[in-house]
Design a binder for this molecule. Sequence first.
Ligand code: PLP
Length: 490
Amino acid sequence: MTADASVSKSGLGAGYAATASEAYQAALRVIEQVEPRVAAATRKELEDQRSSLKLIASENYASPAVLLTMGTWFSDKYAEGTVGHRFYAACQNVDTVEALAAEHARELFGAPYAYAQPHSGIDANLVAFWAILATRIEAPGLAELGAKHVNDLSEADWEKLRSKLGNQRLLGMSLDTGGHLTHGFRPNISGKMFHQRSYGTDAQTGLIDYDAVAAAAREFKPLVLVAGYSAYPRRVNFAKMREIADEVGATLMVDMAHFAGLVAGKVFTGDENPVPHAHVTTTTTHKSLRGPRGGLVLATEEYAPAVDKGCPMVLGGPLSHVMAAKAVALAEARQPEFQTYAQNVADNAKSLADGFLKRGATLVTGGTDNHLVLLDVQSFGLTGRQAESALLDAGVVTNRNSIPNDPNGAWYSSGIRFGTPALTTRGFGADEFDKVAELVVDVLSNTQPTAASNGPSKAKYTLADGTADRVRAASAEMLDANPLYPGLTL
Ligand code: PLP
C-alpha cells in the first residue's frame, strides 16, 4: 500500500475545519480575557508545530475533535472508583464516557477487558504491575492465611505478605537496546518494586534473540516477563514471548505504548499483535494511536478485577475529560481510514530508513519494520546530543537516544531516534520521507564537534553557514504542501 495523503489529512478533521476554527477562535478570545500570555503561547505553539518537521517517535497530532473534547466541564468532576461503582455522587455522565472508551478499546484491540483511567503510559504500567502482584502474590497469600482482606491480617502476617510482594522478579528489555525505564530499572519505582534483570539483542544483528530470552527466563524465573520498547526499530514475536512466559510460569506483560497505532491499524497481526498473547497489555493513547495524552490497560478476565482497582491503588482520580477524549480517539481509530494511516506510518518508516542507507548512514539493526528508525551518528563524528541540537537549529525536531553498548552513555548518547507517526498524519508520503533523510544527512554532514578544554566536547558543535536556511527552506515546501490542520485558522 502506498501513502494516501488525503486519507491521512481527513484524520486531522479537514471535514469540519471551519467549525473547529470557530471553536478555537472563540476559546482563545475567552482565554485572552483572563491570561493573554497563555492565549499567545497557545497560538505560538500551533505556529511552531506547523512550521517544523516533527520526527519525535512518541509524538503525533490529535484531531480537533479529540483536542476539543478535553476542554470541557468533565474536567471538574471527581469520579474515583469504576463505572457504576463510584465513591462520589453524580457520576452518571462520567460513567457514559468511561464505558464508551473501554468499549471502543475492547472492540478495537479484541481484548476481553479494558481500563481507560491511567493518566499516562507510566501510570498504566504501574497499574499493570500492581494488578499482577495482587493477582499472583497478594490474593493467594491472603487465601493461605485464611483472610479475605488485607485489613483482616495481624501486623506480623501483613509484614510477611508485604515482604513477599516486595521480593518478586521482573525480566525486561535492556535500556540500551530499546527498553523503557519503567520496565524495572532502578531510577524508576518499578526498579525499587522488583528484582530486575534484562535481556538484550543479538550483538551481530541487533535483533531480539528469543533463545537468549528463554535461557535468561529459565535461569532467573521471573514473576513478570515484560516485552515492548521505546527505541527498538523491529517487530516482536509475542507468541514466542508467551511461550517463554508459560514455560517459566511468568505473567506476560506487553507495553505497546509506542506501536499501539500499528496494532489498532492491523499492521501488526498474528504473532506480532500482543493483545491475544499477553496476560496484560499497557499502552499510551497519544503516540502512534493519535489520541489524547493518556494510558490504557487491556487484560484477560483473570487480571481484570485487580486492574479495575487501579484508582485509588496507584492512580489519582480519573481525568474524565481525557477519558472522553480517549473515547473519541478510539472511535476514530476504529474507522477504516486508520488502517490506511497505520500502513502509511510503517511504509514511510521504511522509506526514511532506505533514504538514510542509500546516503551511507548507519542504522541500528540495519533498518526498520515498525514506525521508528534509530540512526547511529558516530559515523558523522557526533554525539546524539550534538546531532539533536544541530537538527533542531535547522527545524528538524527529533530526540537523541542510546544505541546498544553506547560509548557516550544515556545523556549524550550516540543515536537519534526518528518516528513517522506525526508527519504521516500531516500527509507526508514515501517521497517526502526520502527527502527528510536527505535533509538530515545534509545537516549532520555539515556539523562539526567543537573542541573543549579537555578534548572534543560532547555537547558543543558548529553548523556550517547556510545549512539551517537551506534545510528550513526545503522543509517549508513539504510542510506547506501538507498543512497541519488544513483549513483551521485562528
Ligand atoms: N512505555 C513506553 C514503552 C514508552 O516509550 C513511554 C514513553 O515514552 C512510556 C511507557 C511512558 O509514557 P508516558 O510518558 O505517557 O507516561
